[in-house]
Design a protein around this ligand. Structure first.
Ligand code: PYC
Length: 320
């Protein structure tokens, strides 16, 4: 029986399953190189860890791997029900809070190598006796690639921007849909069809990269005071057709780049992004060498730890 320990957390409702030790060696290359090896030779572990009957489409996984960059303390590779992510904002907040729970990090700055670059997490102090769980992630540079691109669904044309925040996003405002929990099926169906249209029309990120996340924006919910609790609310559809329960860290980074491009966000200004389930990330940007560097802040909560057991006789042991 193969045994793989894991620790589950959630960040604003979106889960992250952390695997801290891999049952094989990925060599000494960069984290991007390690991802290539995983894809080529070990994809069955991703399926084992995340897919039904053990997991579900909603889960995002994180492999902790040794970094090649000597300035980094950790390396990480994120994955989901259909493949691998470049970066993951909610996952990095979950990773750092999980490492804090395990006693592997203390408040301060922690540099993490991902397949798309180095991110710098700041673990904030917490009250005595509680593991620190609030994390700010300074992401890799974000940018807008294309602006106001039309896509037609059932005769209705909507427009979106194509932006990079560690993954590729199509950000739509003029969809006219209710972004709330009672409308999840319609939001999912619409976003999926947008994604299909992007593919059909050859609309891609830079260098032909597939746009595999769709974000629908709407005004944020209001508090009892009738004031909005955030600057915006979003529904984010992930590559494997599950929606992000969190406001999506890489998606918020892409949004910040677009806002800055439109002159609607100043350097250092806080932008509060609410998810469809109501959780909130705070984001801001800095400009370094003419590049937009987003920082996303949120909280994660560890919620279960255990051991994955893989019985070689189990026909569904490596996922359905
Ligand atoms: O928080 O960046 C994120 C993310 C990507 C996919 C799911 N969450």
């Amino acid at each position: 029986m193969k045994k793989i320990p894991y620790l589950d957390s959630h960040t604003g409702g979106e889960p992250t399953r952390l695997i801290t030790s891999l049952p094989f060696d990925l060599g000494t290359g960069s984290v991007a190189d390690k991802l290539s090896t995983l894809k080529a030779h070990h994809d069955d572990l991703r399926r084992t860890v995340l897919l039904e009957p053990r997991g579900s489409d909603v889960l995002v996984g994180a492999y902790l791997v040794p970094p090649a960059d000597p300035t980094c303390q950790f390396g990480v590779i994120y994955f989901n029900n259909v493949g691998y992510l470049g970066m993951c904002g909610h996952g990095t907040i979950g990773l750092i809070a999980s490492l804090a729970y395990m006693g592997k990090v203390t408040p301060g700055v922690i540099r993490v190598e991902t397949p798309v670059g180095v991110v710098e997490a700041t673990l904030h102090k917490n009250e005595a006796g509680k593991y620190p769980n609030k994390v700010s992630v300074q992401n890799i540079p974000a940018y807008r690639h294309l602006t106001h691109i039309p896509v037609t669904i059932d005769g209705k044309t909507v427009h979106g921007d194509v932006a990079w925040g560690g993954n590729w996003f199509f950000l739509v405002h003029d969809h006219g849909m209710d972004v709330n929990m009672g409308n999840l099926e319609a939001l999912t169906d619409f976003s999926w069809r947008v994604r299909e249209q992007l593919t059909a029309n050859g609309i891609t990120g830079a260098n032909g990269a597939e746009i595999d996340h769709v974000e629908l924006f709407a005004p944020a919910s209001t508090a009892l005071s009738a004031e909005p609790v955030a600057d915006s609310k979003s529904f984010v559809l992930c590559p494997g057709k599950a929606y992000d329960r969190s406001p999506c860290g890489t998606g918020t980074s892409a949004k910040l780049a677009c806002l800055y491009g439109d002159g609607k966000l100043q350097v250092g200004q806080i932008w509060k992004q609410q998810s469809v389930v109501g959780s909130i990330f705070e984001g801001s940007i800095q400009i370094q060498d003419n590049r937009i560097i987003p920082t996303i802040t949120g909280e994660a909560w560890v919620m279960s730890e255990g051991t994955i057991l893989v019985d070689e006789r189990d026909p569904f042991g490596k996922g359905i």
